[in-house]
Design a protein around this ligand. Structure first.
Ligand code: GSH
Length: 223
């Protein structure tokens, strides 16, 4: 097996995809965190898009989290994808949808007014309602943990922190979503993929954005 080096940023949900597979498959690797606000030259030379994660496998360089996650899954025993090719393709499609959901969640941070926030909140609610129709429970495809669960875990982690600020009803009281959320967030590989102070770091990031959501962080600090 090559020597793996994962170029990372602690809060990045895409980095977490690679970390979850590395942990699930017990792959030894070295981790190098960089400051995305001040990207080192050596990183810019490696990464054509200037984005993390980047995986160095000896001297070869991979970028794009899904490519990295699937490579690591394929090069190790067992698979975090279903063997049935149609189901595998379906899992990939819902992983793509998780990336779109992450973008919708990021949209919550910057909007300034309550009205704009409500519009963005509804976009997130709609995304969860769509994926909920696909979930067998307790995991996406039943009892077994797959890559798609790990990827949605990186989405649930945002919701877990944002929910500490108020009742935004992202899951519209769906028991199935809540069970999936809890089950995935309790998985050790998912827990270990983020720093222990993730929630504090995310709240201070939201605060810096000075949008409508930041006012909830300020209220929480004042309380
Ligand atoms: N499609 C990319 C997205 C990765 C991504 O957006 N990474 C963010 C951090 S979470 C990044 O490196 N941003 C730096 C920048 O855009 O300058 C992937 O899946 O790897």
């Amino acid at each position: 097996m090559p020597n793996y080096k994962l170029i990372s940023f602690p809060l990045c949900p895409y980095v977490q995809r690679a970390l979850i597979v590395l942990a699930e498959k017990n792959v030894p690797f070295e981790r190098v965190d960089i400051d995305l606000a001040n990207k080192p030259d050596w990183f810019l030379k490696l990464s054509p898009l200037g984005k993390v994660p980047v995986l160095k496998a000896d001297e070869e360089v991979l970028f794009e989290s899904q490519v990295i996650a699937e490579y690591l899954d394929e090069v190790t025993a067992g698979s975090l994808h279903p063997t049935d090719l149609l189901q595998k393709a379906r899992h990939r499609a819902w992983i793509g949808f998780a990336s779109q959901t992450l973008s919708s969640i990021l949209g919550l941070y910057t909007v300034k007014t309550a009205e704009e926030f409500e519009e963005k909140r509804l976009a997130v609610v709609e995304k969860f309602a769509r994926v909920a129709e696909q979930v067998k429970g307790p995991f996406f495809a039943g009892d077994q943990f797959h890559l798609v669960d790990g990827v949605w875990g990186t989405v649930f982690r945002y919701i877990q922190t944002i929910e500490t600020l108020g009742d935004f009803d992202f899951y519209q009281t769906s028991e199935k979503l809540r069970t999936w959320h809890n089950k995935v967030l309790a998985r050790q590989s998912v827990v270990d993929a983020a720093p222990t102070d993730y929630s504090d770091q995310l709240l201070s990031f939201i605060k810096k954005k000075q949008g409508h959501l930041a006012s909830f962080v300020n209220d929480q600090i004042a309380a």
